[in-house]
Design a binder for this molecule. Sequence first.
Ligand SMILES: [Zn+2]
Ligand SMILES: [Zn+2]
Length: 347
Amino acid sequence: MRFGRLAGPGTVVVEERPEPTPGPGEVTVTLAACGVCGTDLEKLRGNYRTAGVIGHEPVGRVAKVGDGVSDLSVGDRVFVHHHVPCYSCEVCARGDYTFCPTYSKTNIDPGGFADTFRVPRENVERKAVLKLDPKVDWDSGALLEPAGCAFTAIRKVAMPERATVFILGLGPVGLLYARLVRALGASWVGGTEVSPLRRAAAERGGIDVTLDPRDPASVRAAVDSATKGRGVDLAVVATGHPSVAKSATELVRRGGTVNFFGLPEAGSRLDADLQDLYLRGVRLIPSYATTEPDLAEVHRLVAHGELSIADLVTHRVPLARVAEAFRLAGRPDEAVKVTVTGAASAE
Ligand SMILES: [Zn+2]
Ligand SMILES: [Zn+2]
C-alpha cells in the first residue's frame, strides 16, 4: 500500500510499504479522507518540535478487526482520533487530558495519509474510533478533529453567554472556531484574514465582520462599534504569527480573555504591555488539541445540523498526489481546507 511520509524539510513523498494488520484489540481503516493541517505544514517546514507522523484528521471505513474488538465491524464509517490520554496519571486526574504525557506519544500507524492505517489498542479502547452518523459526510468528518480542538478551546476559556468574539486568522481552524462560537450563541463575531477566499468562507458562515489585518485602524473601529468601545469578551489567536498575539491582547475588554489557539512559531515571544494586562485583568489561556467527549459533541452538532462545515473543504487530492495537497494547503488565496483522499471516499 501507499503512504505519505516526510522525507526531510520541504519534501513529502509517497512510498510503498506492507499493509498493516490489526493486532489484538486493534483495527485497520481504509482511508476516505484526511485533512492537511497547519501543523502538518509546520512539520514539512521543519518548524515543529514534535516531529514525525503526518496526517491526523482521518475518516474511512473499518477494513479489518483484531481479536477482542466487539463494538466495531468491517465497513463501519469512522473518524479516528490519533491521540488519547492515559486517564490515570496526575495530569489526567485534573482534567488536563491533552497535556497528559501519554497523549502525544499515541498515534495511528503510519499516519492519516495512507491507503490503510492501523489504530492501536489504546486508541480503540479509549473510544478514539467514532462511528459517523449517516448525515455526517466525509468532508465534515475530516474536519471533526480541528473542530474538536476549537470546541475544547471554547470550553476551556468558558466563553460567556452572548459573547463578543474576535478571531485573528481565519484559516481552516479560525473558520471552524468562528462557526462554532456562532452556533454556541455568540452575539457578535468578527475576524481578520488576509485571504479574500477565506474571508468569503467566514461570511458564508454568518460571521458579522471580516477585515484585512493590514488595516489595524479598521479592526479597532469595528471592535469599538460592536462593543461600545469596551473591547471583546474573547479574542482568539488563530494563527502562528507572533505579532497577532499582541493585537489580540489589545482588542479584549477589561477582564476579557485571549485564547492562544493557533500553533505559535517555535521560539516566538509575546511582546505586550504586561502592566496593562495586569491592570485590566486580561486572562491568557492557551488551548492545545482535543478529547473524545469534545469530539463526540462536535459530531453531534454536525449530525443534528447545528453546525455546518462541509463547504470549508475546497480541494480533495488523491493520496498519490500528496505533495500537491501540501502545496495547495499552503496557499491561502487558492484553498481553504485541503483533504487527501483514499479508496473509501468513492463509496
Ligand atoms: Zn489538525
Ligand atoms: Zn494521563
